[in-house]
Design a protein around this ligand. Structure first.
Ligand code: GRF
Length: 203
């Protein structure tokens, strides 16, 4: 069974789509752990409801030791780490140990509106500010940088003239909920080939 861990920091709607994908047999994998860097998140409640093992390693308690703590728990235990609204930056040994086995969902078409400090509603504010006509979401491998890993899947979303950051965020989230399970499925079925920066998908 393809084993995954999901890292969250908030509501966990992306986590929920993975849980749903497993329950409706779209995804042939198991969520072994859900780890949050924040206490009291609804995402942790979602995991508990499905008897998934959860850990909370508070960023303010672990600081720079957070990534090492996560590696300690996950090393040798899962095939893929999924960052689903995880707001801390993974760094250190875990990136090497899990090379091309950590993916992240970002709510823009990378390389636009990404990088340090670009997360959540801020991403959509910048997209509207810039006046792009098309935005979207990106699933990418995680490397040593921030939102700089090779791109696996992107989904486009049209920007409407009357969009607010909130209305745009809602439409992008719908596409995120398609892109993330799709990426997990492709990886679990070994249909993703990494050729340096380019990812070849054998659908
Ligand atoms: C999503 O917009 C995702 O793109 C970003 O953080 C948000 C997470 O939402 N990384 P949720 O916690 O999965 O609902």
């Amino acid at each position: 069974m393809f084993k995954i861990a999901v890292l969250i920091s908030g509501g966990g709607s992306n986590l929920q789509t993975i849980i749903d994908g497993i329950e409706n047999n779209h995804l042939n994998c198991s969520i072994e752990y859900v780890i949050s860097d924040k206490a009291g998140t609804f995402g942790i409640e979602r995991a508990k409801k499905h008897n998934i093992k959860t850990f909370v390693f508070e960023k303010k308690e672990y600081g720079d030791a957070l990534s090492g703590k996560i590696l300690e728990v996950l090393d040798g235990k899962v095939d893929l780490i999924v960052l689903a609204g995880y707001l801390s930056i993974l760094k250190g040994d875990i990136i090497k140990r899990f090379k091309n086995r950590i993916i992240n969902i970002h709510p823009s078409l990378i390389p636009s509106f990404c990088g340090k400090g670009m997360y959540g509603i801020k991403v959509h504010e910048k997209a509207l500010e810039y006046g792009v006509k098309i935005t979207g979401c990106t699933v990418h491998f995680v490397d040593e940088g921030t939102d700089t890993g090779s791109i696996i899947i992107q989904k486009a979303v049209e920007v409407h003239d009357n969009d607010t950051p909130e209305t745009l965020q809602k439409r992008v989230l719908v596409e995120e909920h398609k892109a993330l399970p799709e990426a997990i499925k492709l990886i679990s079925e070994e249909k993703v080939k990494v050729e340096e920066r380019r990812i070849l998908i054998n659908r």
